[in-house]
Design a protein around this ligand. Sequence first.
Ligand SMILES: *Cc1c(COP(=O)(O)O)cnc(C)c1O
Length: 390
Amino acid sequence: MDYSNHPETLGVRAGSAHTEFGENSEAIFLTSSFVYTSAAQAAARFSGQEPGNIYSRFTNPTVTMFQDKLAALEGAEFCVATSSGMSAILACVMGLCSAGDHIVASRSIFGTSVQLFGNILKRWGLETTFVSLTDEAEWAAAVRPNTKLFFVETPSNPLTEVCDIAALAALAKKSGALLAVDNCFCTPALQKPIDLGADIIIHSATKYIDGQGRCLGGAVLGRKDVLEPVYGFLRTAGPTMSAFNAWVFLKGLETLSLRMEAHSRNALALAQWLEGQPQVERVYYPGLPSHPQYALAMRQQKAGGGIVSFDVKGGRDGAWKLIDATRMVSITANLGDAKSTITHPATTTHSRVTPEARAAAGIGDGLVRVAVGLEHIDDIKADLERGLKG
Ligand SMILES: *Cc1c(COP(=O)(O)O)cnc(C)c1O
């Protein structure tokens, strides 16, 4: 192939493979297994002497194309696709940690990730210490001799806090741990964690990689030798990506750069407008100079991304009133869709987090999160303005 490393070009061209039929759009290989020309070939495939597909829980050509395209975009050597973002996180931990190991994770991660680390993995002998995303001293203090993994999300959900990936990568290295970054909010179109020193990238492909809210999927990326046990867990335990979903995500990656720029442009305009609204107490958006890590975000990211959160006056009632006054924006907890979505984190995505933990993470009852879509910005503002006035 003869093209440069521009993300726009990689998104369209990288990883695509074609069959003898000469199709221009990638084929969906909806097949559970693959056939061999002889018993000897079957034996060679199973022993690994001959490369090739065996069974779609192990590899599938459409899924492989998705993995190769995403790996090219992230600048990663290796990518394994999973059935969801949560199974990407689970596979990462199952592959890299054992009972008795210790994990340090940011307090301000996706609510379901808090449940996974804090409750489920704990029952299997994996202890997680939750620390402030942005306080490096807390990370350093939490490290133990058996610490295997650092886990962060930046910008975080829903408060869009930003951590210094390069600084955390250096601390992880010094501590003998691997740094995993959930890059769901930025995608490689806006942020490249491996270039900044991270060992592992996690994706929920469900969000911006799909871009139109259709399919669940995820991915783990990093060095091949590091991720070999993660792939081993997936092919044995089974939460792998379906060929159909991989095909949808392949199409999503073709327009990812373009969409992330448009989401970011709309989100910045909305955040600036919200800052001027008397009913709004505080706006959280990494592209605003008022954001505590604005300088870092602008150094680390190409743009602020599509997520804007804000505190409205009146606590839960104020937030619900605003949400219920919308007539266009979708009331749903999903994000990364062409359709703008609005949610109340305290009673949806973070409702299963204890009130104390929620307060510690700074998620107040008046907090509203908007995943800014691709509609005209004037229509998005008008839809929120009704609730802010009412
Ligand atoms: C949605 C999300 C996940 C989980 O992904 P699923 O595909 O829903 O399993 C993980 N991390 C972040 C930041 C998310 O937004």
